[in-house]
Design a protein around this ligand. Structure first.
Ligand code: ATP
Length: 252
């Protein structure tokens, strides 16, 4: 598969502080690529530079053949980005917000069908502020799909969600990949990265310290003789919780 995103020697300085220290990586077309790292590692900064939302200090970013420096608008056309809550006009309901964005993108969108994909059809007439945390996350993922993008960027999409909602969002993200979308995701949940990502980059203090498939990274660690201290049971507390409370969407 060819690279749909190429990042070369990307540097971002905030004043004297270098948040991103010359990182390079490629995302292949059609994969789910994870950026993992502790708080402050530089994940959001890197994503927002690729999304054309932040200025880089130096380096090169090519998205689907378009150079970020020369063709930012072409890049904007083919990517889906989760908006910050402030973007969701407070007096409009969910259907109206989707219709508004569809108009801005000059696209025909079936708002109710789109809300169905994130199980929010029942909330079509509600305002964004009337949604629960999980519902807000789901709505923000729906809005990334309005312009039928080639690449979707998801910054910690399942933070704050209950176990059912997380799993259902994982299914949604896998469906997006099946449609041919490339997905770039940041997460602090390693189970999520293992479940979803073909490849992950581990970012620490502005540098990529590992980049491979989750499986290969685990095998490399095991090859050093690493062993978990505790015997792992074949189920965990989350399995108990899901078994008792079901796997369907909640709080809708
Ligand atoms: P988290 O997991 O907490 O979201 P992150 O990996 O996404 O973290 P960034 O938000 O990219 O990290 O931040 C990287 C570093 O750059 C942090 O030390 C942060 O304080 C700093 N930083 C981010 N934005 C700015 C800004 N606008 N001005 C100054 N420093 C900033």
């Amino acid at each position: 598969m060819s690279a749909i995103i190429q990042v070369k020697n990307l540097v971002k300085k905030y004043g004297n502080f270098e948040a991103v220290k010359g990182i390079s990586f490629e995302v292949k077309e059609g994969e789910i690529f994870g950026l993992l790292g502790p708080n402050g590692a530089g994940k959001t900064t890197t994503l927002e530079i690729i999304e054309t939302l932040r200025e880089k200090t130096s380096g090169e970013v090519i998205v689907d053949g378009f150079d970020l420096d020369k063709h930012p608008n072409e890049i904007k056309n083919i990517i889906g980005v989760q908006l910050q809550a402030a973007g969701y006009y407070p007096n409009l309901n969910l259907k109206q917000i989707i219709d508004l964005f569809a108009g801005l993108y000059n696209r025909e969108v079936d708002a109710l069908a789109l809300l169905d994909t994130v199980n929010l059809r029942d909330k079509a007439k509600n305002k964004f502020k009337e949604l629960s945390g999980g519902q807000k996350q789901r709505f923000s993922i729906a809005t990334t799909l309005i312009n039928d993008p080639k690449i979707i960027f998801l910054d910690e999409p399942t933070t704050g969600l209950d176990p059912q909602a997380r799993r259902n969002l994982w299914e949604l993200i896998k469906q997006l990949r099946q449609r041919g979308c490339t997905v770039v995701i940041t997460t602090h949940y390693m189970d999520e990265a293992e479940e979803l990502c073909e490849r992950v980059a581990i970012v620490d203090a502005g540098q990529i310290i590992a980049l491979s498939t989750p499986n290969d990274l685990i095998d490399e660690l095991l090859a050093t003789g690493f062993q978990r201290k505790k015997e792992v049971k074949a189920a965990n507390l989350e399995d108990v919780f899901l078994n008792m409370t079901g796997r369907e969407w909640r709080e809708s």
